[in-house]
Design a protein around this ligand. Structure first.
Ligand SMILES: *Cc1c(COP(=O)(O)O)cnc(C)c1O
Length: 236
């Protein structure tokens, strides 16, 4: 055994950090690499690989399914402190489990879900869950997310829920865009956040960018990049 630090996940993490550093230098104004959190997306990735990622210094895990995350969180309990991010759609009947399992939810787009999450956090004696509002920039009919013009009212509504702390915005660009098109979407989300911050200074997070496009997202101001395959390898 060469030790976890020489393992493939650590190697990929170093490479991702190098690329994030370059993207930060390419941003105008230049950014600090410390302002970008890598959320390791671990859907359908086993706990052994997650333990290895933890050993490489990963402290943020992103999951799409509540039950899968619940199970993994309990199995990784001994590993040490880390933050769990829900990045997939959330049904209202899963809110109780989600509120107990996750520290962050990146996919908030329904007021009913915000109220249920908040109620569960308060009932469980936990601090507020940090929430990012998912924005549907491409106007896709089937996709989750609030249309851009609905964002201010939704932030006001979700932001008034006890047990929920709205911290920013999230997007998943529609499929089929080229890199320039995706970067355009990231720029739109960043502009939307800047506008909202004038009313709500506590909004400080932008969750955007995945394995294929995290550099464009960082150049446009991402604070959280959600990276699966480029870090953890191919999913089962
Ligand atoms: C799966 C997933 C990711 C990670 O995708 P990769 O291309 O493997 O990096 C990021 N965000 C969301 C919402 C996802 O569902």
């Amino acid at each position: 055994m060469g030790g976890v630090r020489n393992g493939i996940i650590c190697e990929r993490k170093r490479e991702i950090e190098r690329r994030i550093g370059e993207a930060c230098s390419a941003a105008s104004p230049q950014r600090e690499a410390g302002g970008v959190t890598v959320v390791a997306v671990t859907k359908r990735i086993g706990v052994e690989a997650m333990r290895e990622a933890f050993g490489c210094g990963i402290r943020n895990f992103g999951e799409n399914y509540v039950r899968e995350a619940e199970d993994k969180r309990s199995r990784l309990e001994g590993a040490g402190e880390c933050a769990w991010h829900l990045i997939g759609p959330l049904q209202s009947n899963k809110c109780a489990a989600a509120a107990r399992t996750f520290d962050w939810v990146h996919s908030l787009d329904r007021a009913k879900v915000a109220r249920r999450l908040g109620r569960e956090r308060v009932a469980a004696g936990l601090g507020p869950i940090r929430a990012l509002v998912q924005v549907n920039l491409g106007g896709e009919k089937t996709k989750s997310g609030i249309p851009p013009e609905g964002v201010p009212a939704f932030i006001d509504e979700a932001g008034s829920v006890e047990g929920v702390e709205v911290r920013g915005l999230m997007c998943i660009p529609e499929p089929g865009l080229d890199p320039a098109g995706r970067r355009g979407r990231f720029g739109q989300l960043a502009a939307l956040l800047r506008r909202e911050r004038e009313r709500c200074p506590g909004l400080d997070c932008l969750s955007m960018g995945m394995s294929a496009d995290f550099e464009e997202a960082v150049i446009e101001g991402a604070t959280h990049v959600r990276i699966g395959t480029a870090l953890m390898g191919e999913r089962a």
